[in-house]
Design a protein around this ligand. Sequence first.
Ligand code: DX5
Ligand code: ZN
Length: 218
Amino acid sequence: MAIIAPSLLSADFTRMGEEVREIESVGAKVLHIDIMDGHFVPNLTFGYTMVKALRPISQMVFDVHLMMTNPLEYIQNFANAGSDIITVHTECDSDLGKCIDLIHQCGKKAGLSVKPKTPAEALFPYLERLEHILVMTVEPGFGGQSMMPDCLGKIAAIKAECAARGVSIPVMIDGGVNASNARMAAEAGADMMVAGNAVFGASDRAAAFRDLSEKSSL
Ligand code: DX5
Ligand code: ZN
């Protein structure tokens, strides 16, 4: 069964604490937290102070997705705030090796992400040093977009390269996951799936979370 990680981006921003408690109560073990800097993507969300504010009220794994041009400058802050997984983009301006090293020095799991137009091969030089891989299935920047199914093909390429190198890294997909495509994504090999609108936007979030979890089990 793939792990469904609800995305805070689709929560009601007037009630963040209650939203996080509710989504944990329906069974979520991982919370995806999208950080956008207005440069790497044409949108802004929230910063490490949000992670810090939410940390004491939740036991969930905080999976922090840095859509930032210079993530290296902020990794320490996100780590201190209580992130568990910190993911940076292959397309950012920071030195990726330095980002991974700093995330590890902070005692956190390091993730690397590829946008839809970036080939899986961009991840390969770093595979031995990663605990998490994030394959974007939409152009990053906004929730509620439709999945680009072609991106799912990268998962097999990543898994084959991981196997060849003798490493095992969970692959998460991000963008447009819903009840109609979760099974296809699971069949493509996704171990974890971000779900924003499909969970937070549902009238019955518990049912939506359960349904996605079931559809993603092969
Ligand atoms: C998009 C973000 C996603 C977003 C997914 O840039 O990285 O994590 O929250 O939202 P949905 O599931 O609604 O596409
Ligand atoms: Zn994300």
